[in-house]
Design a binder for this molecule. Structure first.
Ligand SMILES: C[S@@+](CC[C@H](N)C(=O)[O-])C[C@H]1O[C@@H](n2cnc3c(N)ncnc32)[C@H](O)[C@@H]1O
Ligand SMILES: O=C(O)C(=O)C[C@]1(C(=O)O)C=C[C@@H](O)C=C1
Length: 247
């Protein structure tokens, strides 16, 4: 994977544009997400492990908002179940192009990996085949809030018995003091990973209108409203969490 360091917000910008997943972001994305999301490597690797418990033989596994395919690669490393295939979906052409390259490189390095298909599409307009595992790893937070229930409902309807949705998100907290503390601790995490105060502030303005986190309570209620029967948080580090939702 590209080792280019994320310096996208290092210089003062006259006006900070809204964050988009373009070619500039693609070049630094592995470094950016690792230094911005506490627990990201642990979450990605363990999604592979968890998926091994839910994937059913001869079914499709979806990685929705796959970016460069980190989760898809983990699924292919860990799931050893007959006849499964992975479909990685993203609507950023730059992400999809680089994702395909990385997956070809993975094919060249390992044998007997699950087959994979990379699709450039809007997940809000995607027809889902029956599936035993869906991952939304830091993707739902970029979907317009008024479309989130509809997306989760379609995922629930496509999920087979015994399957699961794995949903990872940045959280907001309903208690103001808890929200402030975890936000401060996240800033400390970014500082410890070498981001300057300017980089942290400019990134904050870039994402504030396009990435809208919900609280754990909102996620739980919405997943139940979408028809899921059980919602189990399996990971939290500061204000980032991952949940398993069962059909
Ligand atoms: C934070 S990144 C996801 C990180 C990735 N899942 C991982 O684990 O490395 C969010 C991704 O969702 C994609 N995305 C946002 N809205 C989308 C939509 N409506 N349809 C498809 N992809 C979308 C973005 O292009 C971006 O690549
Ligand atoms: O919350 C932040 O400050 C972030 O940088 C988070 C986040 C994310 O959760 O997706 C935002 C955009 C990039 O995709 C990488 C990380």
């Amino acid at each position: 994977m590209s080792q280019e360091p994320d310096r996208l917000f290092a210089q003062p910008l006259a006006e900070v544009p809204d964050f988009v997943f373009n070619e500039d972001v693609v070049r630094v994305f592995p470094d950016m997400i690792k230094r911005s999301v506490p627990g990201y490597p642990t979450i990605v690797e363990n999604i592979g492990v968890l998926a091994g418990q839910f994937a059913q033989p001869h079914t499709t596994l979806y990685d929705l908002g796959a970016s460069l395919g980190a989760v898809t690669q983990a699924l292919r490393r860990h799931v050893r179940i007959d006849g499964c295939k992975v479909i990685a979906v993203d609507n950023s052409p730059a992400m999809v192009a680089r994702c395909s390259e990385y997956l070809h490189a993975q094919d060249a390095m390992f044998q007997e990996l699950l087959p994979v298909e990379v699709i450039e599409a809007d997940i809000l307009a995607l027809d889902l085949q029956p599936t035993s595992l869906v991952t939304l790893n830091f993707t739902l937070q970029f979907i317009p809030p008024e479309r989130r229930l509809e997306l989760l409902t379609r995922i629930r309807q496509a999920l087979l018995p015994g399957g699961a949705l794995i949903l990872s998100e940045k959280l907001r907290f309903e208690d103001a003091a808890e929200h402030e503390l975890l936000t401060e601790l996240h800033v400390a995490f970014k500082r410890a990973n070498g981001y300057s105060e300017l980089e942290i502030a400019q990134k904050r303005s870039a994402i504030e209108k396009v990435m809208l986190p919900d609280s754990l309570e909102q996620h739980r209620e919405r997943l139940l409203a979408a028809g899921f029967s059980k919602v189990v948080p399996w990971f939290q580090c500061l204000n980032f969490a991952s949940l398993v939702a069962l059909p």
